[in-house]
Design a protein around this ligand. Structure first.
Ligand SMILES: [Zn+2]
Length: 77
């Protein structure tokens, strides 16, 4: 079978479309994973409602002191 120019162009277009879809899917997955991880490190103080980020990336359930009032807050609780 001989490859014609229209077949070649169609194959290139299909491969390009598949590559774009694959890269978009991977990009969305990485972004969603990073967002979920960043949201897990955000805390709101239960006493003064100060919002802060746990820079130490401690696991859930650990107690973290509020940088403003010093109240102990449980991460993920
Ligand atoms: Zn506080």
């Amino acid at each position: 079978m001989e490859l014609t120019v229209p077949d070649f162009v169609l194959a290139v277009l299909l491969c390009s479309g598949c590559a774009v879809l694959a890269m978009a899917s991977v990009s969305r997955w990485l972004h969603a994973r990073e967002e979920a991880r960043a949201a897990g490190d955000r805390l709101v103080c239960r006493l003064c409602l100060h919002a802060f980020v746990d820079e130490g990336r401690l696991p859930r359930g650990r107690v973290i002191d509020c940088p403003v009032c010093g109240t102990a807050n449980e991460k993920g609780g």
